[in-house]
Structure formats: structure tokens, C-alpha cells
Design a protein around this ligand. Structure first.
Ligand code: PLP
Length: 417
């Protein structure tokens, strides 16, 4: 039981290096966050030793009395937070949750209709070489070419044309709220089940800042590690009608033993998500994204060919459109990286560039809101990004990096680690 630094100095150096990187840069990948140390503690615990195939009270292994308590707490807290009839907290990840959802709702060869990957959908919503694209018959709906918003008339038209068995509402890169009532109506009209993947905006739903899909969807899936800010993992909410099917699709359908250290950490994250402090953080998250979108729609920026898809945001991210800029997505990502800001390049709808390059950036605020940033700091961040993107190849990277360094110094991350 020697310390990590002694057993494996190379991995210890990676942990130290990563902590330093997280501390010294501005993390703006929209799907990332900083978990509280309580989550780190639960996740880095002896619960990792425990096999617990099955569900609380119905395990296939002995010695599950403690982990049963943890799983029941995680379930009860998620159920209370989202008002769901049934919860499964065992999916190891968002993708595994989604595999279980489709496994439970339909059979291979059945039809699914989701947002096109190139328009902000997720791999598990029907991408060709993902399990979803290989096992199911995939049709897609896109965003409107002018407004870049999801047009519910177009979704209805696609549903009537393709007659899907499951309609998917949810996204990885879309800056607006979804109309779940309209999705429900369309699903009912064509006799489809409605699955909402709220992986990105679940924290906003928990805080009451985004409409909840739960009253409308047959099944709602999510990750825990994006806006919720918990451990990297997934969970599924469902109507009682599908509870048994979902549970057996997760185990034994998709997974063996649940990661009980992660399930315990999910319980901690759901407890925190019910607090007033969490709500206030989500409010700062959304306001921060608006501040960034507002700054990037001012004329000094738009004159350089940079704009924001849909002209703004209602959620925790903004999507930058670089189709008319001197920078492509890769160059813009690299430029911000050099200034100390981590974002990811992202295809925009109707992107003329290949997916490895892209003509867009996805910029998210959850991690910085968790770090404590408010309007003042987000205004400064927005101006650093605006300056970099409008100046492009001539940007004064050292000056921008110095501004980033001031912000990171003022908001120490994990001071006790
Ligand atoms: N669903 C959506 C909408 C996502 O954006 C993501 C992650 O990017 C996932 C599912 C998959 O989550 P994970 O990476 O945990 O498999």
C-alpha cells in the first residue's frame, strides 16, 4: 500500500500535470465540469472493489448491504430531482445509457429519427459506425438553414415521411431549448416512442432553468458529468411502463457489474444538485454563455467574419460560426489553446470543411461557473475570446495569455489538493 508516487511515478506525474493544467487554463469545453472533492472522495474509494450485479435487494453477489444503500440513495435523489417514475443509475456512461434505451424500446432493424450528427446530434443517435447506426434504420432531421434552429414543422414532416419507431430529442451542440410538448405530439401522431437525451442540459433542468422533458418523454437519458458536474457516467429516467425493460436492458443487457464507487459519487452529485448553491451556479452558467454570445455578435467581431449560430444562446454554450472567418475550427481551437483557453472545434450545420477541421467552435461555461466565475469574469473571458478570434493570425497571444493567467490566479481550483 505504498503511495502512487512510489508505485507508479509516471502515472503520478500525469495526475500532477493534469491538475496543473486544469488550474492554469480556462476550461470551456461545454461537456466538461469540475467535480467537487466530495465526488472525488466517493469515486476514489473502496467501493471500487465491490461486485454488485443486479439491483438493490436483488443482487447476484453477497456483501452488497452497503452498496445497496448507496444505489438507493442515488436513485431516490435522482427521482426527486427530476420527478421521474423510475430511475436507473447504473449506466457506466452516456453512450451506454443510450444503448440500453434503444435496446429496451425497439428491436434491431427498427427505425429511429434524431437530430443529424452534423447539425448537433450525438453519435448514439444514429451515426453510421456507432452501434445506433449499425443496428437500427436511421433517419434524421436537421436545423433550418437560415435560422439554424430546429423547426418543429420540419421534424413533423420527417416523422410523417419516415414513420420512426423512436423519435430522439436531444443534442451535443445546439444553443437553444427544445419544445418537448411538440416532440410528444409528433411522436403520438406517428405512433413513435419519445426518447429525450438531456445529457448536456440536465443540470439546467435540475435547476429549473430549462423545461423538463420528463413529463413528455417515455424515456429520458443523461450523463452526470456535464452541467450536473458529477462523476463521468450516465443514468436513465423512465415511465413505470418501461421500468423493467430499461433495468434489464442496462443489466444484463448492456453491462455486468455496476461501478459502485461511481454510483455512490452520483448520489453525492444528485444531493448537491438539489441545493440552492447549485441553482445559483447554473444561473451563472447560463448568464456566462449569454455574455459570450453577446460579445461575439458585436460588430468588431462580426466584421471579421465570426458569428454565433442562432444569434445567441438559451443554455450553457455558444456555437461560433467561422465559415466566413480567416480561421477554421482547428486554427481557432489552437489559437485559444495557446492563450490558455480550452474549447473544442465543432462542425457547424452545412459545414464546408471536413469534420477533422470544421468551421466552428463550441464554447461552454459550466466548468468556469463551477470555478466561481460570475458576470465580471465572463465578460473578461468573452473579450479575450473575441479579441483572439477577430485578430486571428495577428493576435497578441502573450497579452491574451496574461489576461487568462490573472483570471486563473484569482480563482484557485482545488486549493486543498
Ligand atoms: N448524449 C449526448 C447528447 C452527449 O453529448 C454525450 C457526450 O458527449 C453522450 C450522450 C455520451 O456520453 P459519454 O461520453 O458519457 O458516453
Amino acid at each position: 500500500n505504498a503511495p502512487l508516487a512510489q508505485v507508479d511515478p509516471e502515472i503520478a506525474a500525469v495526475l500532477d500535470g493534469e491538475l496543473a493544467r486544469q488550474r492554469d487554463t480556462l476550461e470551456m469545453i461545454a461537456s466538461e465540469n469540475f467535480v467537487p472533492t466530495a465526488v472525488l472522495e466517493a469515486q476514489g474509494s473502496v467501493l471500487t472493489n465491490k461486485y454488485a450485479e443486479g439491483y438493490p435487494g436483488k443482487r447476484y453477489y453477497g456483501g452488497c448491504e452497503q452498496v445497496d444503500i448507496a444505489e438507493n440513495l442515488a436513485k431516490d435523489r435522482a427521482q426527486a430531482l427530476f420527478g421521474a417514475e423510475h430511475v436507473n443509475v447504473q449506466p457506466h456512461s452516456g453512450a451506454q445509457a443510450n444503448a440500453a434505451v434503444l435496446h429496451a424500446l425497439i428491436r434491431p432493424g427498427d427505425k429511429i429519427l434524431g437530430l443529424e450528427l452534423a447539425h448537433g446530434g450525438h453519435l448514439t443517435h444514429g451515426m453510421k459506425i456507432n452501434f445506433s447506426g449499425r443496428l437500427y434504420d436511421v433517419a434524421g432531421y436537421g436545423v433550418d438553414p437560415t435560422t439554424h434552429r430546429i423547426d418543429m414543422d420540419a421534424v413533423r414532416k420527417a416523422a410523417l415521411e419516415h414513420q420512426p419507431d423512436v423519435i430522439i430529442a436531444g443534442w451535443s451542440a445546439y444553443p437553444r431549448q427544445l419544445d418537448f410538448a411538440a416532440f410528444r405530439e409528433i411522436a403520438d401522431e406517428v405512433g413513435a416512442k419519445l426518447w429525450v437525451d438531456m445529457a448536456h442540459f440536465a443540470g439546467l433542468v435540475a435547476a429549473g432553468l430549462h423545461p423538463s422533458p420528463v413529463p413528455y418523454a417515455d424515456v429520458t437519458s443523461s450523463t452526470v458529468h456535464k452541467t450536473i458536474g458529477g462523476p463521468r457516467s450516465g443514468f436513465i429516467l423512465t415511465r413505470e411502463e418501461y421500468a423493467k425493460k430499461i433495468d434489464s436492458a442496462v443489466f444484463p443487457g448492456q453491462q455486468g457489474g455496476p461501478l459502485m464507487h461511481v454510483v455512490a459519487a452520483k448520489a453525492v452529485a444528485f444531493k448537491i444538485a438539489a441545493s440552492e448553491g447549485f441553482k445559483e451556479r447554473q444561473e451563472r452558467t447560463v448568464r456566462g454563455a449569454r455574455i459570450i454570445a453577446d460579445r461575439l455578435t458585436q460588430s468588431d467581431v462580426t466584421d471579421a467574419g465570426v458569428s454565433v449560430l442562432t444569434g445567441g444562446t438559451d443554455v450553457h454554450l455558444a456555437l461560433v460560426d467561422l465559415r466566413n472567418s480567416q480561421l477554421d475550427g482547428q486554427q481557432a481551437e489552437d489559437l485559444l489553446h495557446d492563450a490558455g483557453i480550452t474549447v473544442n472545434r465543432n462542425a457547424v450545420p452545412f459545414d464546408p470543411r471536413p469534420p477533422r477541421v470544421t468551421s466552428g467552435l463550441r464554447i461552454g461555461t459550466p466548468a468556469l461557473a463551477t470555478r466561481g466565475f460570475g458576470d465580471t469574469e465572463f465578460t473578461e473571458v468573452a473579450d479575450i475570446i473575441a479579441t483572439a478570434l477577430k485578430d486571428g493570425a495577428t493576435a497578441d497571444v502573450d497579452a491574451l495569455a496574461a489576461r487568462v493567467a490573472r483570471l486563473t490566479a484569482d480563482f484557485p481550483l482545488y486549493p486543498n489538493l
